[in-house]
Design a protein around this ligand. Structure first.
Ligand code: TRP
Length: 338
């Protein structure tokens, strides 16, 4: 984060181990690109990761793993912070809880989906109050930096709307346009499907064959692409979902020349799926090889990365503390500086 007249973009991601092509092309690549035009603040939100049943032993290592991966693919460390290193997020969340109706939270689709999923899982039916409150914490993440834009996918639109409602209600109650109402930044990002089942989104929860990890070895990436499902059997005029997905990955990974050539071949009715797969595998491997080199460099000096993230979190925290001081003033809390 720096002091310029650029608009502020804020986004956050939950620490869940591996990064796959769906995460990268669908969100993270956009983060990297936005850095040239905006003041970007990107959070690894470990408080959010506690809202669903989770493995206490893995949370911290997942957080570092994600940070390493984000930096390896091009997110600037100075733009990154870890949520729990900026505890003011939780403080502002509490204040916002008092500006948010419980009915609003109960209506959130993500809450309904996730709590239903938990209930259906025999082993763990526990639904935490944190899961219900999640969108209020998300609101705090956004408003604490007075972000102008939040790059969001469709699934987060409702949460963003809630943050605008909370900001509006807060401003109304304190009688001043204090918070900026954040807007969504809807960049077209490719939605990558599972190569093993192109009817479903690429995701970790569906199992190993349903996602291609950005950092797994080239042989495995090649193998997964070469075994991608292309046709489901029925003859149709339309391009099958599997073939569409491969074309999309080819373009997203940067080989637009092969993409256009192979698309022409397809239109002429002469495309051999084997050729498409070879091109996709080559392009993805080339892209991910660069990421892996970067990742190895970063991992060789973990101390350096840790001190960078500590420093950037402290820097970003100053802005959060300023907001909290002003908010406490506005809502009538004591504001004594120790
Ligand atoms: N809820 C987001 C997700 O699951 C993560 C998130 C937390 C977030 N806080 C945010 C996204 C603030 C944007 C802005 O993907």
């Amino acid at each position: 984060m720096s002091d310029t007249n650029k608009k502020t973009v804020l986004s956050c991601i939950q620490p869940t181990g591996d990064m796959h092509l769906g995460n990268y092309f669908g969100a993270v690549k956009n983060w990297v690109d936005l850095q040239s035009d905006y003041d970007c603040v990107y959070g690894v939100v470990d408080y959010h990761a506690m809202t669903m049943p989770y493995d206490v032993k893995k949370l911290r290592s997942n957080t570092w793993e994600l940070i390493t991966n984000l930096v390896a693919v091009g997110v600037k460390p100075e733009n990154l912070f870890v949520q729990s290193l900026v505890p003011e997020h939780a403080e502002l969340c509490w204040i916002f809880n008092c500006f948010c109706g419980i009915g609003e939270l109960g209506r959130m689709t993500q809450f309904k989906d996730k709590s239903k999923k938990n209930e259906e899982e025999q082993s763990n039916k526990f639904i935490s109050a944190g899961l219900l409150d999640y969108p209020v914490l998300q609101t705090a993440d956004i408003l604490i930096y007075k972000a102008d834009y939040v790059p969001v996918g469709k699934d987060q639109e409702q949460h963003l709307e809630l943050s605008r409602n909370i900001a509006g209600r807060f401003n109304h109650q304190v009688g001043q346009e204090y918070f900026v109402l954040p807007e969504g930044l809807y960049t077209e990002t490719p939605k990558i499907m599972s190569t093993a089942d192109p009817m479903r989104k690429m995701s970790k929860s569906a199992g190993e064959k349903h996602y291609i990890s950005v950092f797994s070895d080239s042989k495995r990436i090649e193998k997964q692409i070469k075994s991608a499902v292309t046709d489901t059997g029925e003859v149709s005029e339309k391009m099958s979902a599997g073939v569409q997905n491969l074309f999309m990955i080819l373009k997203a990974s940067g080989d637009t020349i092969s993409h256009d050539q192979l698309m022409d071949t397809y239109r002429d009715g002469n495309l051999r799926y084997g050729d498409l797969k070879v091109a996709v595998a080559e392009s993805v491997v080339k892209m991910t090889d660069d990421f892996k080199v970067r990742r190895a460099e970063i991992s060789a000096d973990k101390k350096q990365l840790k001190s960078q993230i500590k420093a950037s979190s402290a820097d970003i925290r100053r802005k959060a503390q300023e907001t909290i001081r002003e908010v406490k003033d506005l809502v009538g809390l004591l504001n004594v500086r120790f």
